[in-house]
Design a protein around this ligand. Structure first.
Ligand code: GSH
Length: 224
């Protein structure tokens, strides 16, 4: 049995990425949601996984933490093409932009927290944030221009690259950041996939609310 331990789908960007990869993998992976920001969640996570972050994947005795390591493990178990593109050139580029997302974009991550079901004022724009947003748009438009004839996503068919940028698509919606041209078309293709539709419904239905601090929950409560 394979189990993925996740945070709230409305707020937990790294959980969203792992969940999207798992759901597109064709593998049978059960999901357990532990809502972020509650002491009980932190205690349960430390007790059952040894640390307080999600996502975590459990398969028998194996316990894998971190969205990227989980993505690679799922890719090894799944049919080729389910997680990474089959073409080795595309696959290398997909890994490159996923690694860039995973290790960077601190301004976007800290100042535009994921909150799928909410619409909020955009954060004050400055050079640091603007340059990260511009880098995202460059990645999207470059990939789309190269692979437009192969499908609607970054490398044609859906891949882990789209899963890793999906929380950026939702952030642009949450903070009303207007896109145009190729980037707008790509964001809309992601937003309208069945994978995102399911995720959005799940986020809407979750009873937990979080007030976000710098890179994490400051306060959490259950909706009345
Ligand atoms: N590098 C990790 C980051 C994991 C992470 O920071 N997860 C956040 C939720 S999005 C978390 O668990 N926060 C709760 C905490 O730090 O206590 C990954 O890619 O999985």
């Amino acid at each position: 049995m394979i189990e993925l331990i996740l945070g709230n789908m409305n707020y937990s960007s790294w959980s969203i990425r792992a969940a999207l990869v798992a759901r597109a993998s064709g593998l049978e992976i059960s999901e357990t949601i532990l809502p972020l920001g509650f002491d009980e969640t932190r205690e349960t996570l430390i007790e059952t996984t040894g640390f307080h972050t999600v996502p975590v994947l459990k398969s028998g005795e194996l316990l894998i933490r971190d969205s990227l390591a989980i993505t690679e493990w799922i890719a090894e178990q799944a049919e080729p093409g389910r997680v990474w593109p089959i073409d080795s050139g595309k696959r290398a580029l997909a890994r490159s932009i996923v690694a860039e997302m995973h290790s960077g974009f601190l301004q976007i991550r800290s100042r535009m927290p994921v909150d799928i079901r909410t619409r909020a004022p955009a954060p004050e724009m400055d050079e640091a944030l603007q340059s990260e947003i511009q880098r995202v748009l460059t990645i999207w438009t470059t990939c789309r221009k190269s692979y437009a004839s192969d499908g609607a996503f970054l490398f044609g068919d859906w891949s882990a690259a789209d899963a890793f940028f999906a929380p950026v698509v939702t952030r642009f919606r949450t903070y009303g950041y207007d896109l145009d041209g190729t980037a707008a078309e790509y964001a809309s293709a992601v937003w309208e996939t069945d994978l995102l539709k399911q995720l959005r419904q799940q986020a809407e239905a979750e009873p937990w609310e979080i007030e976000m601090g710098f890179l994490g929950p400051a306060r959490a409560w259950v909706q009345e």
